[in-house]
Design a protein around this ligand. Structure first.
Ligand code: SF4
Ligand code: SF4
Length: 138
């Protein structure tokens, strides 16, 4: 009889974000901002949601996104870290536990070659990983 368990449900994964790393905040790509993230970030920065959108976000295919261009870090990154840390989007909060990163153990190893927090720290509960995968589906 075969098990329906995912590979990451069979072997505990360790992860601990490393202080002063910020590699994932400087990688070119797109950060998705849902309504709650927009409101939270605007509140933290003490600006209106409209101004946040105007200054930092683009409307792209039905989503508000922040574009991290090649060579530039995310605009919310400051020397101390993420300036909207307590309100950052689920995409950032759930990294590296993204669906695309969890497809196989070898994929996870590839992500681990980029993210130095993978393989460090305590085991991450399977329920936490499931929650991230359910929350960030893009
Ligand atoms: S790349 Fe990994 S260790 Fe570095 S900041 Fe991002 S999550 Fe943390
Ligand atoms: S919003 Fe914050 S955590 Fe997300 S990429 Fe930008 S600086 Fe990093």
């Amino acid at each position: 009889m075969t098990s329906d368990k995912k590979w990451w449900e069979k072997e505990p994964l360790r992860f601990e974000c490393q202080a002063d790393c910020f590699k994932c905040c400087t990688k070119p790509g797109i950060v998705y901002f849902d309504k709650a993230s927009i409101e939270n970030a605007a509140k933290i920065l003490k600006i209106s949601s409209e101004l946040l959108k105007k200054e930092f976000l683009l409307w792209d295919d039905g989503h508000w996104v922040h574009e991290v261009a090649n060579g530039d870090p995310c605009a919310f990154l400051v020397p101390e870290g993420c300036s909207i840390h307590n309100g950052k989007p689920i995409q950032c909060r759930s990294y590296p536990f993204w669906k695309e990163n969890m497809t196989s153990k070898s994929m996870w190893s590839l992500v681990g070659a980029f993210c130095p927090g993978i393989g460090f720290g305590s085991h991450v509960a399977i329920t936490t990983i499931r929650k991230f995968l359910n929350q960030f589906k893009l």
